[in-house]
Design a protein around this ligand. Structure first.
Ligand SMILES: [Fe+2]
Length: 183
């Protein structure tokens, strides 16, 4: 499957524009991580883009979230590696992250929320003026964007990245698509 097909499927399955923006942001970070770590950029990008495709279908039932998503992306022809990354990004199923792509998706997912929140507290609500040091400061404020799991973001160590480095990669990747994100 290609990116266009993935986007079409997202349009069918997802209404919430903020959720779509979250998936676009995750895609951008995954692409940047693939470039940095020698992964397959198209594949890593698709894993990021599709990872929450089932959120509106599973609703509040976290026990189904990402299981259904993995089935959906497999049916779409995204392949087993992407399906596995989607499945294990919700650790409720007890399926461990194994590949570099799995681990990258796991830590990239919550980073989008932290960076988005860091932009939204600015007077201009734009990403352009957000600096790595301010994201790092926010990272340490546990009550700020509390839904963005710090533990999960810090799992960037599992892909061999220092936190500073990871925050910088994520911020730069999201800035590059700021317009799509409305930030
Ligand atoms: Fe997500």
């Amino acid at each position: 499957m290609n990116r266009q097909e993935a986007l079409e499927s997202i349009e069918v399955n997802v209404e919430n524009r903020n959720l779509i923006k979250h998936m676009l942001a995750t895609e951008a970070i995954m692409r940047a991580l693939a470039r940095r770590l020698g992964g397959d950029e198209e594949e890593w990008g698709l894993a990021g883009l599709l990872h929450d495709i089932d959120v509106e279908l599973t609703g509040d039932d976290m026990s189904q979230h990402s299981k259904l998503g993995a089935d959906l992306v497999r049916e779409m022809g995204a392949g087993d590696a992407i399906a596995h990354a989607v499945l294990c990004h919700n650790q409720m199923h007890g399926v461990p992250c194994e590949t570099m792509m799995d681990k990258a998706l796991f830590c990239a997912d919550p980073l989008t929320g932290l960076i988005t929140a860091a932009a939204l507290v600015r007077p201009d609500k734009k990403l352009a003026g957000v600096e790595v040091k301010s994201v790092k400061k926010r990272f340490k404020e546990k009550s700020f964007a509390a839904g963005a799991s710090r533990e999960q973001i810090a799992a960037c160590s599992q892909i061999g990245l220092e936190l500073d480095d990871f925050l910088e990669i994520g911020l730069k990747a999201m800035k590059a698509i700021a317009e799509d994100l409305g930030l």
